[in-house]
Design a protein around this ligand. Sequence first.
Ligand code: ZN
Length: 241
Amino acid sequence: MLYAVLSDVHSNLEALKAVLDDVGQRKIKNVLFIGDSVGYGPDPNECLELLSGKCKTILAGNHDWGVIGQTDITYFNEYARAVIEWTRGVLTEENKETLQSFPVQKEITKGNIFLVHSTPREPEEWHYLLTLWDAEINFHYFDGTFCFLGHTHQPFIIERLPSGELLTYKKSVRIGKSARYIINAGSVGQPRDGDPRACYAIIDDDHIEIVRVPYDFETVQNKMRTANLPFPLIDRLPWGR
Ligand code: ZN
């Protein structure tokens, strides 16, 4: 078993390319994408097409559903909403149809892995899994050993020991024999944990790791300015906020 798990690309082509290069250098063939291909950034078509070509599995996130009208646009804050409307204008019809086809959750049986964008408990409600208590509840809503999710743009690994004790890791963990895991893969295109580098997760037979990859955010900022996207979204990229 060897997978790369990517989340929250948000139309950031430079970050996505940097991550896929890193994945390629590690010779990882199985790439899983767990939602929010679009929103916030300037290259929705390019990102969707690249993800469709490279990923074995692609899930929908709340921004993807916002663009196709599946999640009400009033759910979003003003900046997110503005870019969702902009994205509707630039996305090709074919790519809109592609967005319609993504599920919100999926089980990868062979690897004993459950994938979801928000939470296993209510995938379509777009809740945020933020606390250990949220994690404890959600451990009861998926089968198998591993659950990967995204949505908060803040990576973590939570381990649940057979005793019920929960442990948190920031960078990596060796997989324990009878333990179960919820892993937030962070965000490729808009990290919010104070580290501006693109983020994704790797899992193999004996460990789980959060990986950071530098990318050219200045190019992305320039494209965002040209597209007239909201200033706060441009400003946050170098800070990872
Ligand atoms: Zn997101």
